[in-house]
Ligand binder design. Structure first.
Ligand SMILES: Nc1nc2c(ncn2[C@@H]2O[C@H](COP(=O)(O)OP(=O)(O)OP(=O)(O)O)[C@@H](O)[C@H]2O)c(=O)[nH]1
Length: 437
C-alpha cells in the first residue's frame, strides 16, 4: 500500500508539506518540542557567548576593545535570555519568525564584530563563524529559508570584514571560504534530512490515526449490526414482541426455575377471533395492524416477568411465572377485556377485536412445555367452539376444586373451565363478524 509517508512529492524543497493545512498541523504538533529545543539552545548559547569574555580578557586585558566586546556579548546574551523567557511564557513564539530571526541577526552581528575588534585572532573568529553557522542550522528550530538567509549574512559579512580588516593571503581565504561552504552544505543537507524524516514520521502517524479511526467506526458499525441482528433474531418483526424461538428459550428457563423452586408456571394461548374475516374484508394491511394492536394490548396487562411471544399467525402465547391457574385466569380475563374494551378505528373502519384465551398450568413432573401448551391449545379450541371472546382453562392439580366452583355459562366474555364446557357451540349464523364500516 502506497503511504503518504513514502510519497516524496508531498514535500517541497524546504522539506515541508506542500499541503499548507498539513504543514500547519505538523507545526502545531511540534510547537512544544520546538519551544523546549529553542529555550535550551538559547541558554547554552548565552553561557558560550559569556564564556568567551574570559578568552577576550586574556587576549585584550581590560582595554576599550575588551569592554566593547563585553558590551556586545552582554547585549547578545541578554537578547538570548529574553527570548528564552518569552518562549517559556508563550511557546508559540518558538515558531514565530520575527523574534527568532531578530535575535539571530543580533548574534551573527556580534560574532562578525569580533573580526574587526580582534583582527589578529582570525583562527578563533573562523571557529566562531563555523560554530555559529552550525548552531543556526542545527540548534535553532527555524524554517530553512531563514536558516539560509542568516547563514548568507554570516558568510557575506565574514568575507567583507576579512577583506577590509584582515586581508589574508589568497590561498588561506579560499580555504576558509571552502570550509565555510562545506559546513553550510553539510548542515543544509542534514537539516533537510531531519525535516523530511520528521514529516514522514508525522504522515505515518496521521495515517495510523486514520486507520484506527476507520477501524473504530467499523467496530462500532459491526456492534450495531450485531445488536440489530440479535434483536431481529429474537423479535417478531410485525408486532415487536418476542418471536416464537425466543419465547421458547425464555419460557423453558422459567419452566426449569419453577421445577427447581417448586413454584407455579401457567401458560396462555391467545387467538384473535374471526381474524380471517378481518383479512378478507379489510385487507392484510389492516389485518397486520389489528395483530399489532392486539399484541400491544395483551402486553399492556402483563408484568415485566411475564413472557409473551407470537406463536404463529394470529396466535400468541404467554408464560406466567409464579402464577397458578387462579392468578392466570385473572390475568387472562384482564387481557381479554383490554383487547375488546375499545374498537380499533382505522381508515374509516371500526373493528371490534376480541380474543379467546386457553390457559393451562405446567405440572411439576413435566420436563418440557409441550404438554402444558397442548392443554392450553385444547382449552383455546374449546373456547372457540363455545362462542369465542372468552377465557377457558384446563383445571388440574390442587386448583381443581376451586375452578369447579367458577360459573360456566356459555356466553361470550365468560370464564370457563374445559371440564365444564358443553359441546362446541357453532358460530351464530350470520354471526358477529368483526368490522363495521
Ligand atoms: N394480516 C395477517 N394475517 C395473517 C398473518 N398470519 C396469519 N394470518 C391470517 O390469519 C388468519 C387466521 O385465520 P383462521 O386460523 O381461520 O382463524 P380465524 O379467522 O381467526 O377464526 P377463529 O380463530 O376460529 O376465530 C388466516 O387468514 C391467515 O392468513 C399475518 O402476519 N398478517
Amino acid at each position: 500500500m502506497a503511504t503518504d509517508a513514502g510519497n516524496a512529492n508531498e514535500l517541497d524543497w524546504r522539506g515541508e508539506f506542500r499541503d499548507s493545512a498539513k504543514e500547519a498541523l505538523f507545526r502545531r504538533t511540534m510547537q512544544a518540542h520546538d519551544a523546549c529545543q529553542l529555550r535550551h539552545a538559547l541558554v547554552v548559547a548565552t553561557v558560550l557567548f559569556l564564556a568567551f569574555s574570559l578568552t577576550d580578557f586574556s587576549l585584550l586585558g581590560s582595554s576599550t576593545t575588551f569592554l566593547v566586546l563585553l558590551a556586545m556579548r552582554a547585549t547578545v546574551a541578554a537578547s538570548f535570555l529574553l527570548l528564552a523567557l518569552a518562549v517559556w511564557r508563550r511557546p508559540s513564539l518558538a515558531q514565530t519568525p520575527m523574534p527568532i530571526n531578530l535575535v539571530c541577526l543580533l548574534a551573527v552581528s556580534g560574532v562578525l564584530l569580533t573580526i574587526p575588534l580582534k583582527p589578529d585572532d582570525l583562527v578563533t573568529s573562523l571557529a566562531s563563524i563555523v560554530t555559529a553557522s552550525m548552531a543556526l542550522y542545527l540548534f535553532i528550530p527555524n524554517r530553512l529559508p531563514w536558516m539560509l538567509a542568516s547563514n548568507a549574512y554570516l558568510l557575506g559579512g565574514f568575507l567583507i570584514l576579512v577583506v577590509v580588516w584582515s586581508p589574508l593571503p589568497g590561498g588561506v581565504l579560499a580555504n576558509s571560504l571552502l570550509l565555510l561552504g562545506f559546513v553550510n552544505l553539510l548542515c543544509w543537507l542534514t537539516v533537510s534530512r531531519i525535516h523530511r524524516l520528521q514529516r514522514a514520521q508525522f504522515a505515518s502517524l496521521l495515517e495510523e490515526r486514520a486507520i484506527n479511526r476507520r477501524l473504530k467506526e467499523e467496530i462500532e458499525e459491526r456492534n450495531q449490526l450485531e445488536q440489530r441482528l440479535r434483536h431481529m433474531a429474537r423479535t417478531d418483526e410485525l408486532t415487536g414482541i418476542t418471536n416464537r424461538r425466543r419465547f421458547f428459550e425464555l419460557a423453558e428457563q422459567e419452566r426449569r426455575r419453577a421445577h427447581r423452586d417448586g413454584t407455579p408456571l401457567s401458560l396462555c394461548m391467545v387467538d384473535i377471533d374471526y381474524f380471517k374475516a378481518i383479512n378478507d374484508i379489510h385487507g392484510h394491511a389492516i389485518g397486520d395492524l389489528a395483530l399489532t394492536v392486539v399484541a400491544a394490548r395483551c402486553q399492556s396487562v402483563l408484568r415485566e416477568s411475564d413472557i409473551i411471544g407470537r406463536y404463529g399467525g394470529e396466535e400468541f402465547v404467554i408464560a406466567l411465572p409464579l402464577a397458578n391457574l387462579l392468578t392466570a385466569r385473572e390475568i387472562a380475563e384482564r387481557l381479554r377485556q383490554a383487547v375488546c374494551r375499545q374498537p380499533l378505528e382505522v381508515k374509516g373502519v371500526v373493528l371490534d377485536l376480541t380474543v379467546t384465551v386457553g390457559i393451562s398450568r405446567v405440572d411439576d413432573g413435566e420436563m418440557t412445555l409441550d404438554p402444558g401448551l397442548l392443554r392450553a391449545d385444547r382449552a383455546l379450541y374449546a373456547g372457540k367452539e363455545s362462542g369465542r371472546n372468552c377465557v377457558v382453562m384446563t383445571p388440574q392439580g390442587p386448583e381443581l376444586t376451586l375452578l369447579e366452583s367458577v360459573p360456566t355459562a356459555v356466553t361470550p366474555g365468560a370464564v370457563r373451565a374445559t371440564a365444564s364446557v358443553a359441546a362446541p357451540a357453532a358460530i351464530p349464523a350470520g354471526g358477529r363478524l368483526p368490522g363495521r364500516s
